[in-house]
Design a binder for this molecule. Sequence first.
Ligand code: AKG
Length: 304
Amino acid sequence: MSTSQILYDYTPKMKAKARAYWYWNWNWNSRARFGLRAVFLFCFLFFIAGFLSSSRRSEWVSGVRRRTERQLDSMEYDLMGHGKTGDDSISVIPFQVISWRPRAFYFPKFATPEQCQHIINMAKSNLEPSKLALRKGESEHKRQNVRTSMGTFLSVSQDSTGVLDAIEEKIAKATKLPRTHYEAFNVLRYELGQKYDSHLDAFPSEIYGPQKSQRVATFLVYLSDVEVGGETAFPYENGLNMDGSYDFKKCIGLKVKPRMGDGFLFYSLFPNNTIDPTSLHGSCPVIKGAKWVVTKWIRDQNFL
Ligand SMILES: O=C(O)CCC(=O)C(=O)O
């Protein structure tokens, strides 16, 4: 029913009153409707603001901020300037300190099982008896029982799939030692009874003569598990067994059990570039199963 129909039977005074009442009523209703919308909008905005601030607050745990990629490249952090070997973002490669004498670090799940299998597949058709760096005046024949594994060298450029490149890049990231200082990968296979007697990876000049560069560190990636034996062993760990009576064939001291995909880094040199005698190490004989490992020797100068 329209307003004019409602007012039809009324006197002019009553009509004026009714109009005034209708007008007031309409005005109040529309104001109430507007007010309701405003209250709803306000509640909505309040909810959104509360949600955003609570998700920001949850990024603080026990006073320590959980660092996400997003926060790190936002304006909240001024990332430090970086040189050739630095990073412009922070990502973490988990590791465990194993020893300080020698300085040794363990990297669980450093490579994937697929990467390990790929490296084995690349190496297995080219294996030859592993060689030794000969000392001054020494013959290969004299030392033939020191290292009995089979092995081959692989360089990044031989692998078009990019797996070796990715592993080498990750080693560079973990060690912050530049890739120009790296020797090629040395893939090794030890079968039953095969081993590598204790030795230093660095070359003492009094034994090997003057060197162009020195091995600073070694990064191993275990490509297989070994059921029994095959540990990388450090007989002089923490200065033990260094009284001169140690038999270099003996598998004693700190022993690292190979586990497929895990990485292991140790330093052969002290920070002052002298040789750390506690970096003496070897590979214990495999007692059950077979051991595959890849070695990356890192020099103190360009090796390319
Ligand atoms: O096989 C290992 O665990 C160690 C290898 C090694 O000593 C080396 O390649 O220098």
